[in-house]
Design a protein around this ligand. Structure first.
Ligand SMILES: [Zn+2]
Length: 281
């Protein structure tokens, strides 16, 4: 049976928030067994916000946590990296409201965690094992989770854009697969949305350095896509990051079609309310 893991040493990185545009310094520190991931706002007397489904506040364009009036925004790409490389316990200190966006993927966070190193701990790892299928549907957006011996995700996206159209990908979580197949897939947005987002005070830190920006016929970025199906791979990155809010690794098969952060949140809360559908092993 596998043991829990934390990071071996403290590491730091700085960047800007995708939506707020603010500068933020991030420090990752090792944490004792059974801590999970805890965000610590060092600018607010070290106020702690655990990475947990119960603190999900809203999910428009990013997953935002809220505890007693204190906000923590855009946590999904960092949580995806932590879960993706198999870290169970970590303190995530930051001195502003939003996790830095880096290059729009989880690649920099994975590199940071590799620099930190992994430390195996004395307690066995817990997993959330799925016992029966739970589904959530909202119009043509669907997500479900069902029993499997592995953590796997089957994802389909469909955008009327020549670079995307219908893309599907089946991800199986096993040694190194996150780093190889998912971590470097960048977030993406559409030029026609950007004006609307900025009016809503969102995407203020967004640029071609941290997102794929799609025009109606092509994209503004000069470099090539990192994968032909980078878009669906990023969606899987987001799903892994949002599911990390369950507080432990998932043992089950996730199917997602045209899902987004709000659908991920709804499925998780339905799952947790359905006692017969899971057990902690
Ligand atoms: Zn994302």
């Amino acid at each position: 049976m596998a043991n829990q893991r934390t990071i071996a040493k403290t590491v730091k990185v700085s960047g800007i928030g995708l939506h707020t545009g603010v500068d933020v310094n991030l420090t990752l520190k090792s944490a004792p067994p059974n801590t999970g991931y805890i965000f610590v706002r060092t600018d607010l007397d070290n106020f702690e916000i655990p990475a947990s489904v119960e603190y999900i506040s809203h999910c428009a364009y990013a997953t935002t946590l809220l505890r007693r009036g204190v906000v923590l925004s855009t946590c999904e790409h960092l949580l995806s990296a932590l879960r993706g490389v198999g870290i169970d316990n970590c303190f995530i200190e930051l001195d502003n409201i939003e996790i830095p966006i880096m290059d729009g993927s989880s690649e920099n966070f994975v590199a940071l965690l590799e620099r930190a190193g992994i430390k195996e701990q004395d307690s066995p790892r817990h997993s959330l094992k799925i016992l029966e299928k739970v589904e959530f549907e909202q119009g043509d957006r669907k997500m479900s989770v069902e029993p499997s011996e592995k953590f796997e995700i089957e994802c389909i996206i469909d955008f009327p854009h020549p670079f995307i159209e219908k893309q599907s990908f089946h991800f199986v979580f096993e040694n190194g697969s996150f780093g190889r197949e998912i971590a470097s897939a960048r977030t993406f947005g559409f030029t026609e949305e950007i004006e609307m987002l900025r009016k809503a005070n969102l995407a203020l830190g967004g640029s071609l350095e941290n997102a794929i920006v799609l025009t109606p016929e092509g994209m503004l970025n000069e470099g090539p896509l990192r994968f032909k199906d980078e878009f669906v791979r990023h969606k899987i990155l987001d799903i892994i990051g949002d599911l990390a809010l369950l507080g432990m690794p998932l043992l089950g098969k996730v199917k997602a079609e045209k899902s987004g952060h709000a659908v991920h949140a709804s499925l998780m809360s339905k799952l947790l309310k359905t006692d017969s559908a899971w057990e902690v092993i």
